[in-house]
Structure formats: C-alpha cells, structure tokens
Design a protein around this ligand. Structure first.
Ligand code: FAQ
Length: 305
C-alpha cells in the first residue's frame, strides 16, 4: 500500500489497475454511484417542464440540459465501473434503496420559475462541490468531473438568465421567481451534506484526497458566491440572518434545519416515492433496449470470434 500513499501524498492520480485500500475503493463506489444516480434522477424535476416551457427556445434549451444530465450519469457509471462494479448492479441498488441519490431532487417543480432556480442554485451548488473533485485522487472520477463541470457551468448561467428574465418581467413573474427562490434556497444549502462534525465520511475522504474541502467550507463558498448574484437578480434570499461579517470576510447565515435533510435522505421528502416509482418504471420500460443492445453485442462478439 506504500505506493498508494506515495501517489496520494504527491497529489498524483490513482488509476484503476493501481493497488488501493479496499475501503478507498468501496467509498468511491458509494460516492460515484450516488453521484451518477443523482444525475439521472435529477432529470425528472426539470423533465416535467419540457412540454410546458414558455417558448420554443426555452424548450430546446431545457431538452439539451436534461440530456446533458443523462450524459453525466453515463460518464459517472462508466467511472464507477473502472472500480470493478457493474452498472446493472448499481441500478439494482438504487431501485431497492441500498444506494442513495441527492436530497435536492425530492422537491417538486411547481412553476416555470423553478426551472431557472434549479439552474441557478442547484447547478451553482453542484459546481462549487464538483470543481474540487476535478482534482480528486481517483483519475477516472477526476477526469469525468472536468467535462461535467464545464456543462454545469453553462447550465448555471442559463438558469440565471431565465430567472433574470422573470425577475424583470411583470409583477406576477417577479413574484413567481421570488417564490421559487424561497422554496429552493434551504434545500440547496443542504446539498453539501451534514455539518462537518456529523459528516461520517469526511475524515477518510480528505486523507485519501477524494474530498479537498469540507462540507461546511463548500457551503460557505456557495453562500458567498450566491448573495451578490441574488442582488443582481433583484431577488431576496429567505434568511433574515444573512449578513456580511467583516471580521470573518464571509456572509453569516441562519441555522439549517438538518432534520429536514435527514428525513429526505430517509425517504420522507415530498417527492421521494414519486421519483423512485418513475425511475423503476423507466427501467422496466427500457428492458427491451438493454436486451437489443446485448443481442447486438453478442452477434458482433460471435462474428469477431
Ligand atoms: N443527499 O459523511 P457525509 C447533480 C449522505 S449535483 C443525500 O458528509 P460524503 C447535478 C451521505 O451519502 C448532486 N445524501 O458524506 C445536477 C452519507 O450517507 P451514507 C449530486 C446525502 O459522501 C444539477 C451521509 O449523508 N452531487 O446531480 C447528502 O462525505 C441539476 C453522511 O454524509 C454529488 O453527488 C445529500 N445532499 O459527502 C443534476 C457530488 N449529503 O453513505 C440535475 C459528489 C450527505 O453514509 C440537475 N458527492 N448525504 O449512508 C459528494 O461530494 C459527497 O458525497 C457529498 C456528501 C458532499 C454529497
């Protein structure tokens, strides 16, 4: 294992054929699978608005964004497979609840403004969390993150632009934008996970060079980045305790209700049941595609043999 620690110590990359501790491998499978599942479940809240987008331009943009999320899921399942697991097995674990996906996708998208808000806040939080992962110690995960982050960055800007249009539209449109931000702000802060003191995996993940910054540090970075953007949008963030702290050089913010996060993770969020039912249904409806792809691969393998 000396070689593993040497590479990690020198900020190098661990590659699939390198020797690695079993708990490093298992923890990466857990995190990458959870990340992949989040990408494909994350298609649902926005997908629900493709047929209701307010213009052809907005519809084309949203379709492209949702397809990007599917692509991110594919890179991530492929990265997980380099650790010796099979994506079919990972999907089975998602479907029977043994693996998780991000809490954020268990909230409903009630109006068109939710779509702009997801782009702005949810993709914004995802970028803050994922940019450091481009330098994580596991090569295939780090490389997948580079492209994912570039695409998320575009998603974030399109969300900001959509929300800016609403915020500067009629009073009703402005109110719709404000309502969406009021509902998505706190769940977005929860995406970064529990407080550092309650984060079970952080210590090991940091030692392994998987995590570069703690949950609370990234959450603070997100708040600091987002407050001026809210001002530019002409919208307020629903936190009376949010204020610049000159001494710390950061924004202070109110107390996060982590009971809500843990309830959502346990399956008790507003849309958990619906998201899982839709996911299982899509998997069953796609069985013929997997059968056809396998038959095609077998035919080619026989021909080559
Ligand atoms: N939701 O010890 P920690 C996207 C669990 S972005 C659910 O701190 P860790 C893009 C955690 O698994 C969203 N579960 O864990 C997009 C652990 O449970 P376990 C996806 C959560 O791993 C945008 C327990 O709590 N991004 O999809 C959450 O060190 C728009 C203790 O927590 C990623 O997955 C949560 N929010 O840190 C798509 C990024 N937080 O396994 C569509 C990669 C914590 O012990 C539309 N992942 N838990 O039972 C990470 O960076 C980390 O895994 C964290 C959690 C930071 C999420």
């Amino acid at each position: 294992m000396e070689e593993f620690w040497r590479i990690v110590g020198e900020d190098g990359r661990i590659e699939p054929r390198d020797v690695m501790p079993e708990d490093y491998r298992a923890s990466l499978v857990r995190q990458i699978a959870q990340h992949a599942h989040s990408e494909i479940i994350g298609m649902q809240p926005e997908g629900a608005w493709i047929s209701r987008a307010p213009s052809l331009r907005r519809k084309a943009i949203l379709m492209a964004k949702v397809q990007d999320e599917a692509g991110h899921g594919l890179y991530l399942y492929a990265a997980a497979e380099t650790l010796g697991v099979d994506r079919g097995e990972l999907l089975d674990k998602l479907h029977d609840g043994r693996q998780k996906y991000s809490s954020i996708f268990n909230y409903p998208t009630l109006t068109w403004a939710d779509i702009g808000t997801i782009g702005w806040l949810v993709d914004g939080a995802a970028i803050v969390n994922q940019v450091p992962l481009c330098r994580c110690s596991y090569g295939p995960y780090a490389r997948a993150m580079v492209r994912v982050c570039k695409e998320e960055s575009f998603h974030q800007r399109q969300g900001f632009e959509a929300l800016h249009t609403l915020s500067h539209g009629t009073p009703e449109q402005h109110a719709m934008a404000q309502d969406a931000v009021d509902r998505w702000w706190w769940p977005s802060l929860m995406m970064f996970g529990p407080h550092d003191a309650e984060s079970t995996h952080s210590e090991k993940s940091m030692a392994w060079g998987v995590k570069r910054f703690s949950n609370d540090d990234l959450r603070q970075r997100f708040v600091d980045m987002t407050v001026p953007q809210a001002e530019a949008l002409g919208l307020t963030l629903p936190d009376p305790d949010l204020r610049w702290n000159e001494e710390r050089g950061h924004y202070d913010f109110g107390t996060i209700d982590f009971t809500e996060l843990f309830e959502v993770i346990k399956g008790n969020g507003p849309c958990n049941a619906e998201r899982m039912a839709t996911r299982r249904g899509a998997h069953e409806a796609g069985a013929w595609v997997r059968e056809a792809a396998n038959a095609y691969a077998d035919k080619h393998a026989r021909r080559t043999a």
